[in-house]
Design a protein around this ligand. Structure first.
Ligand code: PLP
Length: 243
């Protein structure tokens, strides 16, 4: 198991570098986020000791369960799952440095309130539903700009960019339009020069499509299976929750 994780990770980092080279991008611009749902702390530690430094969980419960075991390891925690407002307190408690899945005003407003109370700030990405699949969370592309304008008035929340889950398809060319749309939205929002809004980060691309995402401008790729192996739960368990 250990050998596989190390080898897989090396191979992914190499492929990220090669994808950057192919499209003339600086490899420094693209960071690997390890999607660690269902992965135990021992295996996460192996990845962190061998080139990984950012991990992401989908569920507060898992974040909580692994927190103690990973506390002494130097790494960044992202949150990439659907966040219910009653879990805001917890997400802050477990040192999440970036919530990639902010997709509605109500969540942002409650987050702002809690951050004020704790005297904290947090980085977020706005999750956009670029595939327009009913089952996926995320704000619609049409409503993204107006949501961001509203969030820009919440001073404890630092919007750093956008996140999306592309269409689940084995064919890169079917996923590409989702990534292209996110990039286009980024440009549109940048042109508005909204105070308090940064748009440098584009989190897009997973095990099956990260090279396409890099070609389309990803700065964060979220990869689980290709490093840690197959999961026993279907992704719908993580993405369709509550829908
Ligand atoms: C699980 C997950 C990933 C990684 O998926 P893999 O196909 O295992 O690489 C990326 N983003 C989100 C939001 C996820 O839930």
């Amino acid at each position: 198991m250990e050998v596989h994780i190390i080898e897989n990770l090396r191979s992914i980092l190499e492929r990220i570098g090669q994808a950057c080279e192919r499209c003339g991008r600086n490899p420094e611009e693209v960071r690997l986020v390890l999607a660690t749902k269902t992965v135990n702390p021992e295996n996460i530690k192996i990845a962190l000791a061998n080139g990984g430094f950012m991990i992401a969980e989908n569920k507060i419960q898992e974040l909580k369960e692994k927190y103690e075991a990973l506390k002494t390891t130097k790494h960044l925690n992202h949150f990439i799952g659907h966040l219910q407002t009653n879990k805001i307190k917890e997400v802050l408690k477990y040192d999440v440095s970036c919530i990639e899945s902010v997709d509605r005003l109500e969540l942002a407003e409650k987050l702002q309130k809690r951050l004020e109370f704790e005297d904290k700030y947090i980085d977020v990405l706005i999750q956009v539903n670029t595939s327009q699949e009913e089952s996926k969370f995320g704000i619609s592309p049409e409503e993204t700009l107006s949501l961001i304008k509203k969030i820009s008035t919440l001073n404890r929340i630092r919007v750093k960019g956008l996140m999306t889950i592309g269409l689940l398809s084995a064919e890169a060319e079917r996923v590409r339009p989702c990534f292209r749309l996110l990039k286009k939205l980024q440009q549109k929002i940048l042109a508005e020069r909204i105070p308090n809004i940064e748009m440098r980060k584009l989190s897009m691309g997973m095990s099956g499509d990260f090279e396409t995402a890099i070609e389309e401008g990803a700065t964060l790729v979220r990869i689980g299976t290709a490093v840690f192996g197959k999961r026993i739960y279907p992704d719908s368990y993580y993405w369709d929750e509550g829908k």
